[in-house]
Write a new protein. Structure first.
Length: 175
């Protein structure tokens, strides 16, 4: 009910989605000069259209992006079996820093990759958000543990894993 029908991905065709992605990437390239990007899927959607017209975005995503967050699965990314079109992530809205630290420690112990998604930082940014003080505690924790927990943009991690898969990575980064 909150989404205008013209922005509902159920009303999109694959061509429209690709056209909008290409325009967005062109504008971003003009701003920052970068040509490689990752995708934070709109509302975690992995398809456009509906019914007989529904089309998966997995293949088109990999034609345009290095990787995509994909749907919320509540699991870490198994670095031995990565689906770059749909990495998955943990929902972090309204979580405490303690909750997130526990998840990070579990993921780190398994040697995997965690992606956290929240809609905003601080009250008033979105109905779903992480409290500013909790976010600050999380950032402090990650900084204090940077020697064993690698924190990086999704693009950097995905490119590192792809290099490692091809045998040219050193594998020297932490989790």
């Amino acid at each position: 009910s909150w989404l205008p029908p013209e922005y509902n991905l159920c009303q999109y065709t694959l061509r429209r989605w690709l056209d909008e992605i290409q325009v967005a990437n062109l504008i971003l390239n003009l701003l920052d000069g970068r040509t490689e990007r990752t995708l934070g899927n709109t509302c975690c959607d992995m398809s456009v259209g509906e019914g007989d017209q529904e089309v998966s975005l997995e293949a088109p995503i990999l034609q345009v992006f290095v990787a995509a967050r994909g749907g919320r699965c509540g699991q870490s990314v198994d670095i031995a079996n990565v689906n770059y079109a749909s990495l998955g992530h943990f929902h972090a809205d309204r979580c405490t820093s303690a909750d997130l630290r526990d998840q990070i420690e579990t993921v780190a112990a398994a040697g995997n990759w965690a992606i956290f998604c929240w809609h905003g930082v601080g009250k008033g940014t979105h109905a779903g958000y992480i409290d500013e003080a909790e976010h600050a505690k999380l950032i402090e924790y990650l900084g204090a543990n940077s020697g064993r927990i690698w924190t990086a943009p999704m693009l950097a991690v995905a490119k590192h894993l792809k290099r490692f898969e091809r045998g040219s990575g050193t594998g020297d980064q932490g989790q």
